[in-house]
Ligand binder design. Sequence first.
Ligand SMILES: Nc1ncnc2c1ncn2[C@@H]1O[C@H](COP(=O)(O)OP(=O)(O)OP(=O)(O)O)[C@@H](O)[C@H]1O
Ligand SMILES: [Mg+2]
Length: 492
Amino acid sequence: MEGHSSKPFAAKPRVIVGLDFGTTFSGFAFAHVSDPDKIYTYYDYPKAGGEKPYCKTLTASYYKATAKGGWQLHSWGYPARTEYERDIQALHKYLKSQSPTSSAPSENIPTSPSSGRGVENFFSKVFNSWNNSASKEACTQPGTCNPPSSSNQPGKSDAPPTQSPSLGVFLSRFKLHLASRNTEELSASPLPPGLTIEQVITDYLRELGDLILKHLQHKYGAHFSNQLIQWCITVPSIWDNSAKATMRACMVSAGLVSPHPVVIVLEPEAASFHCQRVMGELTLQAGDKLVVADIGGGTSDIVAQEVVSVGEGGYRVKEVTMSSGGLCGGTYVDSRFIEFLEGRVGRCFHECILKHRSVYGQLIKEWECTKSYFDCGQSTTTINVPSKLAMEWEKSDQETGITNPGGEDYGEFEMSYKEMQSIFDTVVQENLDLIHRQLVEAGGKVKVLVLVGGFTESPYLLRKIKQSCGAMAQNIIWYAHLYPDPPQRRTL
Ligand SMILES: Nc1ncnc2c1ncn2[C@@H]1O[C@H](COP(=O)(O)OP(=O)(O)OP(=O)(O)O)[C@@H](O)[C@H]1O
Ligand SMILES: [Mg+2]
């Protein structure tokens, strides 16, 4: 842990807040100093509807251009994605109403958009290419967009808007901009001119911080102030010092400092600390080695540690290898699913998604649910196809004389176990290699392999890790940080 002392403490902090600013999701937990073992996790983020209950919200922001040529944060978290999608639809309707004879400019859509890594990125690319070629009014440059118009009430009416709706910039995965230089190709949304990564992270943290403070005031009383909070934030261990310094500066600019300096905690250290608290009968002693694998949505962060002290001296670990990591979190499996779908449905897939923006959201929701059950004993997996996509698919097949191998029903299709495997395997293998290498470098059998991060909730990934790394660790600890209710299968 790294503290930063510039000001004397005004009063002792009463509540410790741990912020997890993730690549795909962000969240927080807190504890009161009077009962530090009682840790509260927050689940009640504003949602767009239909997402599974989760202890984090989307790391995403939607910005709109201001009349003065700058950018203003319009929404963050899940609502950012929903509002961006609504604006796209409104713009689409408007453009069609302006030139009813022209169809959506599907020729300009990249033929292999999902070759970029990451699903959000895929859609940014598709829509940016569409915006650039189809609309002088739609923009991603500050000062050149039409100011938000009062007639822009997307989703409220089927009538096309009479004024051009303003389309802002949707940003996701921006944490990756701080990743160390040596990480491979980034899949973060590119930032438009006029917006810096510091600004984007600061704005996001400020909003999250406001939500946290309101929640704490609700819990401890309206008098509860920022002064009483000790803010802590976790960062990947693969980050260099300049990335950590930027993160600290963003916390300060977002006002998440109070009089108590921000504490920066390495993500695998936090995971390791948590793990030793919940290990039950299995106890760690000084000299024990453990490997922590944090496999989230964007990145995998793997580190080997040795316990330096426990008990009275506090739980302390030191890293015994260079931490390693890669861009092989769960969202790369999503990208591969989209690629698979393109192959199955054919050309009309892109056109349909441009025409009916809700289709993409429905598909991803369906996939989120389906992928979490992969390898739970079933030999085939059924994917429900959103009705609009089913219609376009059938129409396109009729026009081209293709016969659907799945029969006449375009409303669902089956995927074999092998097909599902092919979607998972490249990403899974990248993770296995990373973990394996750290286990080897740690030298000899480690006491515990700790698995954290959302993607480790995949039964398939878990089985593969056990199979390929089980012999090199005496124990594997897997901590599911999902909401206590099991995920429910949802229909579209
Ligand atoms: N049961 C499951 N099966 C497969 N994937 C899952 C399951 N549950 C969650 N995930 C995936 O885990 C990912 C989210 O993990 P997490 O919340 O740890 O990411 P993050 O902290 O935002 O990312 P990072 O740590 O890379 O910054 C998503 O891709 C989600 O789809
Ligand atoms: Mg994470």
